[in-house]
Design a protein around this ligand. Sequence first.
Ligand code: PGA
Length: 262
Amino acid sequence: MNKKYRKTIIAGNWKMNLLPSEVKPFTEELRSSMPRVKTCETVLCVPFTHISALRRALKDNRIAVGAQDVSTYEKGAYTGEIAGDMLNDLGVRYCIVGHSERREYHGEDNFTVGRKALAALENGIHPIICVGETLEQRERGITMEHISCQLISALSFIPDDKVRQCVIAYEPIWAIGTGKTATPEEAQEVCSFIRRIMRERYGARLARSVSILYGGSMKSSNAKELLSMPDIDGGLIGGASLKPNEFIQIIDAVAQVTGEER
Ligand code: PGA
């Protein structure tokens, strides 16, 4: 399927790392040697406390600001929660929802993930909806069943006319932070399955325009191979997004795959 209909997205997921005071030096280093790749949207999903500092440090639109979570609630007595309109007000354009760490450590289920995706969309923010299987599920041969259940449940909360604003990230749990990456073929198989689900539910036009990312130990040494796969449109990158040089090399890999000049 032709990639020209969709955006390549390289999204860093800082998780709970770095300090707000480290944002400026980090982005200065990043901006000084980051290639300009027209077809690639670069995003940094940072902790809530870092968003304002990131926005200030970025100065232009070369890098989009992302968050890692959003409340299902709009406003009110929800101590500790952060609402979608608060993120929008700070200039956030992307928000990870349903990351496996939130599902595992914060008890988020498919129902919550769908509501969070909707909360982001209602505030003009692209949700990056994460799905992925455990090693046990892979070994039992139920990967596709699990992925389709996660995806379809989340999408059931989203009005059809908003689905095109969603980004899907396939993150096999066994590959997150483990140094163990899915092979390009394994990642492609699931990403193409995700696109097939999108095609069956929303038609070919939408399916070809939705960006599907791979996440799980993506780094400079494996990015090019993964990004060359026909249904992998970018990466959600944890560990390697904390090192400016690594992150830059991943964006460089996009330039190599798309044949763009640096
Ligand atoms: P990793 O994390 O790149 O460190 O494996 C990816 C993620 O959890 O989004």
